[in-house]
Design a protein around this ligand. Structure first.
Ligand code: TPU
Ligand code: MG
Length: 569
């Protein structure tokens, strides 16, 4: 390409690699240690720079972009920036997303001259940021000489892509513009690791054997299914249809198996499951766990951990009771297994007895006070094949999980990391990559207050994101786990705040709804506002929360309160 440089600098090299792995937007906050680097990235015609209000939001925006794009980049300055961006990097680690965190760092001459520097701890050891990054990434590199940059950049990016985890690249301020060699073929960085043939064969045989003696198999789908890539989602669908069994889905994997499929039996979330997912999972005598993640949250304070021996198919290995197979790629394993299994729909026959009757949804009159249920009813009507719904930590998790996803609709949740405020920057990052989709966010008042500034980037980029802010005047999820005065927050005028982000030229709209009719009207305004975000503040009673939140909160609180075990007991 004629636009590519003939002489490469470290910054050019990095820019070209980012483009080659499919990144089109990079999220940044400038600072003097990264300014030359930002110039170099800007100079690449295939990258669009996206400035964020702060580094926490910047990292979470990149986290959301990685959900949409498969990989993302976040560029910050030393310490004051990077330490904030570590939070979204932690999210990317927990949520299995390859986010490339890039930090500017001090001039290479300063450490050896024992200079004290700004944006540092005030000691002359500048290695601490790299050491910290090692704990929250799968590969952390610091470039000390320009000639090392190609090797280290390629190594970090390759590790991130393969492990589906974040990586860290530190570039000193005086090296971004330093010359280095040009990049070789990108396939050296992106070429996937394929399964070990013998291990794949043996794992599939073991799975067929594991299933052969069983009468009641169920598939449980977890969030790592999508993260695995490699066509794993399509392969799972084939396997499920070949088996004919019930397929339950963990809350963080909602949408990864079509909810309109006749074998979909609901979201398995212990006692707060949807449909009869928990009854059928506990009835099973064989559980094929595919990319599952069992935490205190997803098992409702450990009350819903399946108690039969499990087969666990992970992104790069498969484990059975009594056998383990490394280097087996999930997509390949599922495809292979689909050709070997026998059809057995016993769990579907049983499920059809257990399945609850459809609930009659009450439609509120326009003048009725707004309730949680009415908000859900109206959001349900908005979901279509092009919708992506973000649900934030809080009662939005439970209300969102209850909704039925029509074919094509997508669902995003950050259940492993659970950072309140995630949904605003993450939805922004996601929508930049997917302008063709309608992004809707369900977020509580407490969460919104953490990252509200990032609505201003939605304004800046004219993104028509709909934010449904459920104002129940405080941290209700925390109230249900453990109440105290700390769960009350200062109320804001959210509708006005969002309009303040317009400055002279924005198209954000802020509305508030206290009745069912007002919400209906506000949704109409939102759907007509195609040039900017629309925030709808939905005021509901403080005590109007879901039964599921109360039940889940009770068990999570009990798990938190387990007394310390005496050693050896
Ligand atoms: O629906 P609701 O009222 O529970 O949602 P809202 O208003 O968004 O409140 C969320 C309250 C909450 C807190 C304070 N949920 N989890 N936390 C703990 C927490 C603290 N800090 C971060 C960054 N993430 C958290 N999850
Ligand atoms: Mg709240």
């Amino acid at each position: 390409m004629s636009s590519l440089p003939t002489k490469y600098t470290v910054g050019d090299y990095l820019a070209e690699r980012l483009v080659q792995i499919g990144i089109r937007h990079h999220f940044v906050v400038p600072g003097d240690y990264n300014l030359v680097l930002l110039d170099k990235l800007q100079a690449n015609p295939n990258l669009t720079e996206v400035g964020c209000a702060n580094e926490l939001n910047c990292s979470l925006a990149a986290e959301g972009y990685a959900r949409a794009n498969g990989v993302s980049a976040c560029v910050v300055t030393f310490s004051v920036g990077a330490l904030s961006a570590f939070n979204g990097t932690g999210s990317a680690y927990a949520e299995n997303l390859p986010l490339i965190l890039i930090s500017g760092s001090p001039n290479t001459n300063d450490a050896s001259q024992f200079h004290l520097l700004h944006h540092t701890l005030g000691t002359t050891d500048y290695s601490y940021q790299l050491e910290m990054a090692k704990k929250i990434t799968c590969c952390a590199v610091a470039i000390a000489r320009a000639h090392e940059a190609p090797r280290l950049i390629d190594r970090a990016i390759r590790h991130a892509l393969l492990a589906r985890k974040p990586c860290y690249i530190e570039i000193p301020t005086n090296l971004s513009g330093a010359e280095c060699v040009r990049p070789g073929p990108i396939s050296a960085v992106t070429y996937p690791i394929t399964s070990d043939k013998a291990a794949l064969e043996a794992a599939a045989n073991c799975a067929a054997e594991y299933l052969s003696g069983k009468l009641k198999p169920v598939i449980l789908v977890g969030p790592k299914l999508r993260r695995a890539g490699d066509g794993a989602e399509e392969a799972l669908l084939k396997l499920a249809e070949a088996m004919g069994c019930a397929v339950a889905v963990q809350p963080a994997a909602k949408g990864m198996f079509p909810e309109d499929h006749k074998q979909f039996v609901g979201i398995f979330w212990g006692t707060v499951s949807t449909d009869a997912a928990d009854s059928i999972v506990h009835w099973a005598d064989a559980l094929l766990c595919v990319g599952t993640v069992f935490t205190d949250y997803s098992t409702v304070g450990w009350t819903a951990m399946p108690d039969i021996p499990l087969m666990a198919a992970e992104m790069d290995h498969v484990t059975f009771p009594g056998a383990h197979f490394s280097r087996v790629r999930l997509g390949e394993f599922l495809s292979h297994l689909a050709t070997q299994v026998k059809y057995n729909n016993s769990t579907m026959i049983e499920y059809n007895h257990l399945k609850p009757d459809p609930v009659l949804v009450h439609t509120a009159a326009p003048g009725d006070e707004l309730t949680r249920k009415e908000i859900s009813r109206q959001i349900q009507a908005l979901l279509g094949p092009k919708t992506t719904l973000f649900v934030e930590t809080g009662d939005s998790w439970f209300n969102g999980v209850q909704l039925k996803l029509p074919p094509g609709a997508q669902f995003e949740i950050e259940m492993a990391w659970g950072h309140i405020g995630w949904s605003i920057p993450a939805a922004f990052g996601y929508a930049l990559r997917h302008p063709d989709r309608k992004t809707i966010v369900m977020v509580g008042d407490g969460s919104f207050q953490v990252t509200a500034q990032e609505v201003s980037q939605m304004v800046r980029f004219n993104l028509p994101i709909t934010i449904v802010l459920i104002n129940n005047r405080g941290y209700t999820i925390e109230v249900e786990i453990h109440d105290g005065s700390y769960n009350k927050i200062k109320n804001w005028n959210y509708a006005l705040l969002v309009q303040a982000f317009n400055g002279e030229d924005g198209n954000a709209k802020g509305l508030s709804a206290k009745t069912a009719g007002e919400l209906q009207d506000a949704i109409k305004v939102a759907s007509e506002n195609t040039q900017g975000p629309t925030l709808i503040e939905c005021s509901i009673d403080q005590d109007d929360c879901s039964r599921e939140l109360i039940t889940w909160g009770h068990f999570v609180a009990a798990a938190n309160a387990r007394p310390p075990r005496l050693s050896g007991a």
